[in-house]
Design a protein around this ligand. Sequence first.
Ligand code: TYD
Length: 414
Amino acid sequence: MKNSITLLNKCRICKSQKLFKFIDLGPMPIPNGFLEEKDLNKTESKYELSCLICENCELVQLSNIVNPDLMFKNYVYVPSVSMMMMDNFRDLSLQAYNDFGLNQDSLVVDIGSNDGSLLLFFKGHGTRVLGVDPAENLAKIAKMKGIPTEVKLFNSKNAKILKNKYGQADVITATNVVAHINDLHDFFEGVSDLLSKNGVLITEFPYLVELIRGNEFDTIYHEHLSYFALKPWLKLVESNDFEIIRLKKLSTHGGSIRLTHRRKAGKNKKTNSKIDFLIAQEESDFYNKKTLRGFATRVATLKIELLNLLNNLKKKGKRIVGYGAAAKGNILTNYFNIGPEILDYIVDSTPYKQGLFTPGKHIPVYAENRLTIDRPNYVLILAWNFADEIIEKEKDFRKNGGKFIIPIPKLKIV
Ligand code: TYD
């Protein structure tokens, strides 16, 4: 893909051209495209951001595909800044280790391995590990932690290279990464090649039903090409001769699911009551234009409510800052038009974001301790998926009279 953006003209799973647009966020900068001060006067590229549902297989997907090189080569997001994410990774590694009898000969490959956080737990259990990630900056960090990492996008071509070099994997993990992949059939082809005969694939992704229910519109951005409910995911899995053997609901990223897959054991379709129940629920409540349009309307209402609140506070002379320079925060501030005239700055614990400015709105990002020194009146939690963790960590801010504003799922002041 040479162009910076390509229009999607058919569903990436079933190839149907019957695509219905249900939310349009307009042109948006790349959400992790943080800027240095010297670049603030340069023109920033913006790319259309809108979401479609396939009327055939029900996959929700973006209408455009931005060239991955623009988004993933130098990546600033790391999960290791959150205890919640680390607890979840520990849980995943323990589940896999216990369920599949892993030992020091087993190979665990993590697709989208980021800074090696998940594989560090597997390494702790004594298995062999390999990370695959296109972000050169993060691979360096992973390698410093002792996690061998191949700087590559995962696809069927690269899976062959990995198999020849390292052998087949007993476990392949792919957390918060399948949404980034354009050709999902090719992804499964690569997994099928790299995975040993009895190996398992464990994926985690935000569950679309929670996204819609919880008004999580700001998790819609260029990096996330697909938004999965179970029905289209299962269709994809089965059409690639895999089956789901386990499902676990997670609280990460506003409500996610962890799915364990293996090669289809026989010709008969396996039934799983948990999956059947969720798909039946999706079909009765969810796959209709009314529900999806209702979501877009709630987002528009949220915009009015939040802007009213922030503007009133500013009129009263209150000082407001943001917490968490999350990609989702950059979507929220851009779509709601919240700039440095409202948020003095955003604090964030990620060292790679500190000292930079947010894409589009150019709000400066500082380290978290700025809050203690500066004592603003209100903090808008942009990383609302970590609201509990952040409020607990910053309890002194509240003790000293500060208040938190949580925008999603519903506007709330605490
Ligand atoms: P996250 O919601 O995980 O992802 P995304 O970028 O995909 O929207 O991002 C959370 C951001 O919040 C991340 O930049 C780290 C930051 N953060 C803090 O600054 N302090 C914290 O205590 C936590 C939990 C997160």
